[in-house]
Design a protein around this ligand. Sequence first.
Ligand SMILES: [Zn+2]
Length: 83
Amino acid sequence: MAKKEEIHQCSQNKYKDVEIRYGKINKEQWSWIIETTWYATESEVEDGLAREVRIPLHSDTLLINFCPFCGVNFSDKRKKLGK
Ligand SMILES: [Zn+2]
């Protein structure tokens, strides 16, 4: 079965700039990842660090097996779904 991107919509994730998803991490490998994106605020625009408010300035990505908010085990989840 072809792999496809998936987003974990977590009811316990209260951070709108944090996304948990399954996707490509390099040319061949896929993993669940947590991505935190820092969007430009007005003060960064005033300081000349960004052209516009809300453009992404920086993001951090970590590979994960569990959701750090609700604790779901993603590898178990995929086995149950037969993926
Ligand atoms: Zn979760």
